[in-house]
Design a protein around this ligand. Structure first.
Ligand code: FAD
Length: 432
C-alpha cells in the first residue's frame, strides 16, 4: 500500500507540514503534483511567468526526489481524472496534503475528499502556508476580526515556539516509495511557453534588517520580494516568521500578519472576492471608460508615478507596495473605474498574486474594504511623488520620456476635477 502526498502551494521538501505527516504514516510515500486545466485555462498569457516558475520548481522537486530513489508523479488532467488514474495505478492507503484556502481550492478539495471517502481512503489535510489560519485568531466571542490592529495584537499574543517550530521533513525522506524515475510533461504539453521574466530570489534575510527605514521608497530595493515564494510555498512561512522574530523586525512581521489577516477575511467573507466588504460601496456608479482603463494598464495616464508603477508591473510582474496603493486608488477614485477591473489586471500580471491580499489591497484602495481610509481621502499623485520619490529616480527609471515633456502624455483627467467627481459619486452611493 502507498500513501500519496499531494503538492499544491507548498512546493518544497523542507519544513513541509503535510509531507512530514505523510512520511510518518504507515506506508511509503509517493508525491504527486497535478497541473490543473481549470486553473491553467484561465490564464490568457500562454507565456505566464508563474507557470514557468511552478513548472521549474516541480521539475526540481522531481529531481530531488529521484536522488532518494523515488520520484514525483506529475499529471496534467482535470483533478478528478487525475485522482481516478492514481487510484487505478496505485494501491492507495491514505492521502496527505496541506490546506489551501481560496474558494476554488476549497471546492476542489471537498470533491476529492468525497471521491476518496467513497473508496475508503482517508484524506488528511494540514495547516502549512500560514502561522494562524481561518478561525484560530478570533474575538473573544468567537467572531472573526474585521479590523487589523486588534487582530494583529491577538496574533502576536498567541505566537509562541510551538507555532514556529519547523517540521524536520528531510530526516524522513527514507520513507518515500522506491520507484523508477517518472515522466514529466513538457511546458508545451500543458499549453505554455517558457517565460523569460526573472523570478526574485527567495533569500529574504538581507532586506529585513533595514526594512522599516527602506520599505516605503520604490526606487530602492528595500523589500524582500518573496511574495511569489510564499504563494507557492518555496519559502516556509514558519522560517520567515521565526527570522523576523529573532531579529526583532516588527514592521516586517506585521506585513506577514497582514497576509494572514486578508486570508482570514476571505475565508469568513468569501463574497468579498468580487463584492464590496462594505455592501453600500457596491452602489457606486462606476464610469468604466475603456480608453482610460487601457491608458492605466499601459502606464500612459500622464501621472508619472502611476505610469511608472504600471510599467514596472508590466515589465517585471512586480510593483512596489506604495505604488500599488497609488495606482489602485487612481483607477478606482480618479478614473472611477470598478476596482474589480484593476484587481483582475493585477491578478494577471503580479508574480506574487494572492487572491486574499489582492482583493484586500484593492478594496482598501477603493474604500470598500476592512480598515479602509475614509473615501474622502484621495491620494494626490504629486504629493505621493514628493513624499516617496522626491528625486524621481523611480519615475526616471520606468518613464524615461518624462524628461522630455513634449513626448510625455498630458494627464487623462485633471486632478482637482477627478477629486470632486469622485467625492460626489461616492457621496451619492453612500448616502442612500
Ligand atoms: P515585503 O514588504 O517584503 O513583505 C513580505 C511579505 O509580506 C510579502 O511578500 C507578502 O506576502 C506580505 N505582505 C506585505 N505587505 C502586505 C499587505 N499589505 N497585505 C498582505 N500581505 C502583505 N500582496 C500579495 O502578496 N499579493 C497580491 O496579489 C497583492 N496585491 C495587492 C494589491 C494592492 C492594490 C495593494 C495595495 C497591495 C497588494 N499586495 C499584495 C500587498 C503588498 O503590496 C505586497 O505583498 C508587497 O508589495 C510584496 O512585496 P514584497 O514581497 O517585497 O513584500
Amino acid at each position: 500500500k502507498t500513501t500519496i502526498f499531494w503538492f499544491r502551494r507548498d512546493l518544497r521538501l523542507d519544513d513541509n507540514a503535510g509531507l512530514y505527516r505523510a512520511l510518518k504514516s504507515d506506508n511509503p510515500v509517493l508525491c504527486l503534483f497535478i497541473f490543473d486545466p481549470a486553473i491553467l485555462d484561465q490564464l490568457d498569457d500562454k507565456q505566464d511567468a508563474r507557470v514557468t516558475f511552478i513548472y521549474d520548481t516541480t521539475k526540481n522537486l522531481q529531481q530531488e526526489l529521484e536522488k532518494h530513489n523515488s520520484s514525483l508523479l506529475v499529471l496534467y488532467s482535470t483533478v478528478e481524472m487525475a485522482w481516478q488514474q492514481v487510484l487505478k495505478d496505485y494501491d492507495v492507503a491514505a492521502v496527505y496534503t496541506n490546506h489551501d484556502y481560496e474558494p476554488y481550492a476549497k471546492k476542489r478539495d471537498e470533491a476529492v475528499a468525497e471521491l476518496l471517502t467513497r473508496h475508503g481512503i482517508s484524506f488528511n489535510t494540514f495547516k502549512d502556508q500560514v502561522i494562524f489560519e481561518r478561525a484560530e485568531i478570533t474575538k473573544d466571542d468567537g467572531k472573526p476580526y474585521t479590523v487589523f490592529t486588534p487582530y494583529s495584537r491577538k496574533w502576536k499574543q498567541k505566537l509562541n515556539d510551538f507555532y514556529l517550530k519547523s517540521y524536520p521533513t528531510r530526516i524522513y525522506l527514507k520513507h518515500l516509495l522506491k520507484t523508477a524515475p517518472l515522466p514529466m510533461p513538457t511546458l508545451q504539453d500543458i499549453g505554455f511557453k517558457r517565460s523569460l521574466q526573472t523570478i526574485p530570489d527567495k533569500n529574504y534575510e538581507p532586506y529585513i534588517i533595514d526594512y522599516a527605514a527602506k520599505r516605503d521608497y520604490p526606487a530602492i530595493k528595500g523589500t524582500t520580494r518573496i511574495g511569489i515564494h510564499l504563494r507557492f510555498g518555496t519559502v516556509s512561512i514558519r522560517k520567515a516568521a521565526t527570522y523576523a522574530s529573532e531579529v526583532h523586525e516588527k514592521t516586517w512581521l506585521n506585513e506577514l500578519i497582514w497576509r494572514e489577516f486578508y486570508m482570514m477575511i476571505l475565508h469568513h467573507f468569501p463574497q468579498t472576492q468580487d463584492h464590496a466588504f462594505r455592501p453600500e460601496y457596491d452602489r457606486i456608479k462606476w464610469i468604466n471608460n475603456e480608453k482610460h482603463f487601457e491608458a492605466w494598464c499601459q502606464g500612459k495616464t500622464g501621472y508619472p508615478l502611476v505610469d511608472a508603477g504600471m510599467r514596472e508591473l508590466n515589465a517585471t510582474g512586480f510593483m512596489h507596495n506604495r505604488v500599488r496603493m497609488l495606482t489602485a486608488s487612481f483607477l478606482s477614485k480618479h478614473l472611477l473605474i470598478d476596482w474589480r477591473w484593476g484587481e483582475r489586471y493585477f491578478a494577471s500580471k503580479l508574480l506574487d498574486y494572492e487572491m486574499a491580499s489582492n482583493v484586500g489591497g484593492w478594496q482598501w484602495a477603493a474604500g470598500s474594504g476592512t480598515d479602509a481610509a475614509p473615501y474622502f481621502r484621495i491620494f494626490s499623485p504629486d504629493a505621493q511623488t514628493k513624499r516617496f520619490d522626491l528625486k524621481m529616480e523611480y519615475i526616471k527609471k520606468w518613464v524615461p520620456e518624462y524628461a522630455d515633456f513634449s513626448k510625455y502624455p498630458k494627464p487623462i483627467v485633471d486632478h482637482a476635477f477627478a477629486r470632486d467627481r469622485c467625492l460626489s459619486a461616492f457621496k451619492e452611493a453612500l448616502s442612500k
